[in-house]
Design a protein around this ligand. Structure first.
Ligand code: ACM
Length: 684
């Protein structure tokens, strides 16, 4: 994962033994050697084999390519720093004799080594690489992950391990969201009050930024920094209130949302300041692209300031949006002088915005289409908001250029790719990996693999595999779960209690979208993220499997009775969770409530099954109302988690209610009818 553009299995396998050796025939350099060494080390760690080493501890190279297990033939170098649109293609031919990795440029060799690592497997006959012929290249040149290090600080270890994980799935842009109302996360030697007063001491030093950029470049990943202005700017004006559109003083924001602090575009000193600041930042971030944010400026300070409104009038800027366009134009001139191209969110789109600016679309397909038609190059992030706890399948099927795209071919050519966005309202360094991975691997595939690679079941099958590779590469998405659960359960919890909690957590998901803020409105930046919702992950595997099995019953011809073991298991689990709750002290209330919900779902499902099986009984209104009332209770969020298995149980109840109509309806009509019964629209 991502699935290669072309992959053909051929018969045979290349054995991987302790004699595995590598020859490099074409171009070579330190970056390629380091990538080969990382790939070999991962093979060693998985197999337990120790490959040959030189006297100084480096992996030995085969002198004769004809005798090497792996030949890396790279035709040419790459730019020192990865560049947008660089050739990332490669071919990989594995036979019983050897594996040959060919790439026109260095980046392709790095990508091919990741593919090789994913092919390694073992069986009773030993470790091996299956024989294959792969021709691979990315569909889109910009395949990114945004990490918001502001709302919750994410130190350099988090960034580095996520860069390793990104490399594994061939993502090539790390977008660092570095400034926000809640934190200014980069050291400025020119304006030290920015990070000193704007970060609680949590910021990247300039040395750390250089380290991140170098670490990313080693892995063929660009780093694009974002300095979000003119809105989302409270952390700037804590130390520099003179830049704001209203008098200070200002303090850091500790909660989530859209706030008023906004830079003043009518103040020439703001541009002088930004010129100096951005000049300093471009010396740290060598990529030609720099993101200026531009989203969610509520205009409150501008509307309230008569001087700013007079400026808008005098300059014929019409309104606040016109003023922001003026600000962006000025910024674009500053960036151009520093050799940078401007990137910003949807909201910067304006007829006056220079066409060289890239628009990153977060609000929807329309925003992407509007910006593309206006002549901009664009990136898609709408649909890739991994902070919203949505299922992997939803992100996976979100294509920047779907088959029915309304864009003309020349407009399509301006769609560069997309980025998953890890906004950090609800993640700590302990939980962030479990929100990014493995779901982002599916987004990586969407952006790399051909458009027709859309088999969701096959994606989930491969996601389980790649999740283990990601964990081996250093991602903490699996590793942190158990200690978190133990801490949640408390020291009095027994092994039996923990086993019950583990199963419960596997069945629940954090609430979706922006609902957690409504469930836990008291939350601030200081609230620990150590609850049940933080232990749970967004795409419950058993719930998904149950939902699939329900579909085979209600839409296919599987026996309804095949579902019974599920409900019986939930019933038993509810009992075990109740026992565990008593040992979990202060957590008892929420665990008891969840156990009740699990029981109710189990009971409703059992009754639906009996109704479906009955030759004599049909569901009357009272039965229907009782069932849905029970499932409404079971589906209510508790401790910011919900039970996704309730939705398929509702389908089952609907099938029981409508069982006499099934035979009278064509399959398509039945498929459309059942959800309408299961999920009735609530009156407003
Ligand atoms: C955004 O989510 N405000 C870019």
């Amino acid at each position: 994962m991502p699935l290669p553009a072309e992959i053909r299995a051929v018969s045979g396998r290349l054995a991987v033994t302790k004699n595995f050796s590598v020859a490099v025939t074409g171009h070579t350099d330190a970056r390629l050697s380091a990538a080969i060494a990382r790939a070999l080390r991962h093979c060693e760690e998985r197999t337990g084999l120790t490959f040959g080493r030189t006297a100084d501890g480096l992996f030995a190279r085969a002198d004769d390519p004809a005798r090497a297990s792996l030949v890396v033939a790279c035709a040419g170098p790459a730019a020192d720093l990865p560049q947008l649109g660089e050739d990332e293609s490669y071919t990989l031919d594995i036979s019983a004799e050897r594996a040959v990795l060919r790439a026109p440029m260095l980046l392709g060799a790095l990508r091919g080594l990741e593919t090789l690592g994913q092919l390694l497997q073992g069986d009773a006959d030993g470790w091996f690489l299956p024989a294959v012929a792969i021709r691979d290249r990315p569909r889109f040149p910009w395949r990114g992950l945004l990490i918001d290090v502001c709302r919750h600080w994410q130190p350099i270890e988090v960034i580095k391990r996520n860069l390793d994980a990104m490399a594994l799935v061939k993502l090539n842009v790390l977008h660092l969201h570095l400034t926000e109302d809640q934190g200014f996360r980069v050291e400025s030697k020119k304006f030290p009050r920015l990070h000193e007063l704007g970060s609680d001491g949590n910021y990247f030093t300039q040395d750390e930024i250089r380290e991140i950029v170098a670490y990313a470049a080693e892995r063929g990943i660009r780093v694009v920094p974002e300095f979000d202005i003119p809105g989302h700017a409270a952390s700037w004006v804590v130390g520099h209130p003179e830049l704001a559109s209203a008098p200070g003083p200002y303090v850091l924001v500790r909660t989530w949302g859209v706030f008023d602090s906004t830079l003043d575009p009518t103040n020439e000193a703001v541009y002088t300041f930004l010129d100096t600041f951005l000049g300093e930042m471009v010396s740290l971030f060598p990529d030609p692209y720099l993101h200026i944010g531009g989203d969610e400026n509520n205009g409150a300070q501008w509307s309230a300031n008569p001087r700013i409104q007079a400026f808008i009038h005098e300059h014929g800027l019409h309104d606040n949006h016109g003023l922001q366009a003026y600000f962006n134009r000025r910024l674009q001139e500053i960036l151009a002088r520093h050799g940078r191209k401007l990137v910003g969110w949807d909201e910067i789109l304006h007829p006056d915005l220079p066409k060289t600016a890239i628009i990153q679309s977060w609000r929807g397909a329309q925003g992407l289409a509007d910006a593309t038609r206006a002549g901009h190059t664009v990136l898609l992030s709408n649909g890739y908001y991994i902070d919203l706890s949505e299922p992997t399948s939803k992100h996976y099927l979100n294509d920047p250029l779907p088959v029915d795209t309304p864009l003309a071919p020349e407009e399509q050519a301006r769609v560069l790719g997309g980025e998953a966005t890890m906004w950090s309202e609800w993640v700590s360094p302990e939980t962030i990996d479990s929100r990014i991975w493995p779901r982002t691997a599916a987004i990586a595939e969407r952006l790399w693999s051909p458009r027709d690679v859309t088999d969701v079941d096959d994606m989930y099958r491969r996601l389980g595999y790649v999740s283990r590779r990601l964990a081996e590469a250093g991602s903490r998405h699996e590793a942190n779960r158990e200690p978190m659960l133990r801490r949640y359960a408390g020291d009095r919890a027994t092994e039996e209690s923990l086993a019950a909690l583990r199963e419960l957590v596997a069945l629940v998901e954090p609430v979706k979208g922006y609902q957690r803020g409504r469930e836990q409105p008291e939350t601030t930046q200081f609230t620990p993220l150590t609850g049940l919702a933080d232990c749970a992950t967004p795409d419950s595997q058993p719930s998904r499997e149950f939902a699939k099995q329900v579909e085979t019953v209600v839409f296919g011809d599987a026996e309804a009775a095949s579902l019974a073991p599920w409900f019986a298991e939930w019933g038993r689990l509810a009992g075990r969770v109740r026992s565990a709750a008593a040992a979990c002290g202060p957590r008892e209330g929420e665990l008891m409530a969840l156990a009740d919900q699990l029981s109710e779902a189990s009971q409703a499902a059992g009754e639906a099954l009996a109704m479906l099986a009955s030759q004599t009984e049909t569901a009357d209104l009272a039965w229907r109302e009782a069932m849905f009332a029970c499932l409404d209770r079971a589906g209510t969020p508790r401790a910011a988690v919900e039970l996704p298995l309730v939705a398929p149980v509702r389908l089952l109840v609907a099938a029981a209610i409508e069982k006499t109509r099934r035979g009278t309806m064509p399959p398509d009509a039945w498929r459309a009818h059942l959800p309408a019964i299961a999920f009735p629209k609530k009156p407003e």
